[in-house]
Design a binder for this molecule. Structure first.
Ligand SMILES: NC(=O)c1ccc[n+]([C@@H]2O[C@H](COP(=O)([O-])OP(=O)(O)OC[C@H]3O[C@@H](n4cnc5c(N)ncnc54)[C@H](OP(=O)(O)O)[C@@H]3O)[C@@H](O)[C@H]2O)c1
Length: 289
C-alpha cells in the first residue's frame, strides 16, 4: 500500500522538501508519496487532527509551526526527548494510532558538520550568530558534542541572553556567554575554531554579512545554515579569507535523511537527495526546509 507523507508550513511553495523526498522515494524504489500542505496557523489543529485520522504516515513541519505543532497532537507529551528539550518539532512519525513529534535538525546539523567540515564540535570554541530556533538546535548539538565554549552573538541581545540561559543548565562543561559589541565580536571571532551563522541573513541577495569577514582567521571553519545557489556570500567571503566553509544545503539534506530513516526504518539515499536539492536550487530562486 502506498504510504503518504508531507510537509506542513505557511507559505510552503518555496520548500525543497517535496523535491528532495520524491527523489529519495524513487531512488529507494519505495511506494510512497510526499505532498506539500500550505496550512495557516489557525487551521493547524484541525488539519493535523484530520491528517492523523486519515492515517498519514509521517510529516515534516516547517516555519511557522515548529513550536506549536506539539499542542495539536493527541497528547502534547507525544514528543521525543530532543523535541521536548528544544520545544520544537520538525518531524511527525506514526506510531500505531498516534503521531509522535521528533526533531531532526540537531542530527542534521551534526551530520552536516561532520561531513562538510570534518569536525564534531568536541573541544571547539564556537561563535554562534543568531538566537532563534535554528541557533537553539545548533547550540544543543554543540554542547552535546562537548564544545569548549559557545559565544552567542545576536542582533537582539536579550534573545542572545535567553539562549544563553536556556543552554546553560544543559551545557555540562561548555562555557556559554553572550557577545556584546563589535570589539568583543571581533575578538571572539579571531579566537574561534568554528563560526556558525544561524540568522536568516544571506537568504536574500544584498543582505549584509552576519559578521565582518576581516575578523576571520585563516583555517577557521565557518558553517552557514543559509543556502543559496551556488553558495552564500558568507561562504564565499570566508573562503577568500582561507577558511573552510560550508552552506546549509547539507544540513537540509541530513535533517531530511533523518526524517526518512525514522519513517522507513532504513538509511536514506543521501547523495540522491542532495543532487535533487542542488538541481532545484539552480533553478529560479527557492529556499527553506
Ligand atoms: N539548512 C537548514 O537545514 C536549516 C535549518 C533550520 C534553519 N535554517 C536557516 O536558519 C535561519 C534561522 O532560522 P530560525 O528558524 O532560527 O529563524 P528564527 O527563529 O526566526 O530566528 C532568526 C534569527 O535571525 C536573526 N535575524 C533575522 N533578521 C536579521 C537581520 N536583518 N539582521 C541580523 N539578524 C537577523 C534573528 O535575530 P533577532 O533575534 O534579533 O530577531 C534571529 O537570531 C534561516 O535562514 C533558516 O532558513 C536552515
Amino acid at each position: 500500500m502506498t504510504r503518504v507523507f508531507g510537509i506542513l508550513g505557511h507559505p510552503i511553495g518555496h520548500s525543497l522538501s517535496p523535491i528532495m523526498h520524491a527523489a529519495a522515494l524513487k531512488a529507494a524504489q519505495l511506494e510512497g508519496f510526499y505532498a506539500p500542505f500550505d496550512v495557516p496557523p489557525r487551521l493547524l489543529p484541525p488539519v493535523v487532527a484530520g491528517l492523523a485520522a486519515a492515517g498519514i504516515d509521517g510529516l515534516n513541519v516547517t516555519v511557522p509551526h515548529k513550536t506549536r505543532i506539539a499542542r495539536c497532537l493527541a497528547s502534547p507529551h507525544d514528543v521525543d526527548d530532543t523535541a521536548a528539550r528544544l520545544g520544537a518539532v520538525n518531524t511527525l512519525v506514526r506510531r500505531g494510532h498516534r503521531l509522535v513529534g521528533c526533531n531532526t535538525d540537531v542530527e542534521g546539523f551534526r551530520q552536516a558538520l561532520r561531513h562538510e567540515l570534518k569536525m564534531t564540535g568536541e573541544g571547539a570554541r564556537v561563535l554562534l550568530i543568531g538566537a532563534g530556533g535554528a541557533a537553539r538546535a545548533v547550540g544543543w548539538a554543540l554542547q552535546e558534542a562537548g564544545a569548549e565554549a559557545i559565544w552567542v552573538l545576536n542582533r537582539t541581545p536579550s534573545r542572545a541572553e535567553q539562549l544563553r540561559r536556556w543552554l546553560r543548565p544543559h551545557a555540562g562543561t561548555t562555557a556559554v556567554r553572550v557577545v556584546s559589541g563589535r570589539a568583543d565580536a571581533a575578538k571572539v571571532a579571531a579566537a574561534a575554531d568554528l563560526v556558525v551563522n544561524a540568522t536568516s541573513l544571506g537568504l536574500h541577495a544584498g543582505d549584509p554579512l552576519p559578521l565582518d569577514p576581516a575578523w576571520l582567521r585563516q583555517g577557521v571553519s565557518v558553517f552557514d545554515l543559509v543556502y543559496r545557489a551556488p553558495t552564500t556570500a558568507l561562504v564565499r567571503a570566508a573562503r577568500r579569507r582561507g577558511a573552510l566553509a560550508a552552506d546549509g544545503v547539507a544540513m537540509l539534506v541530513y535533517q531530511g535523511a533523518e526524517s526518512f530513516r525514522l519513517w522507513w526504518d532504513r538509511p536514506a539515499p543521501v547523495a540522491v537527495m542532495r543532487q535533487a536539492v542542488e538541481e532545484a536550487l539552480r533553478r529560479p530562486r527557492r529556499g527553506g526546509s
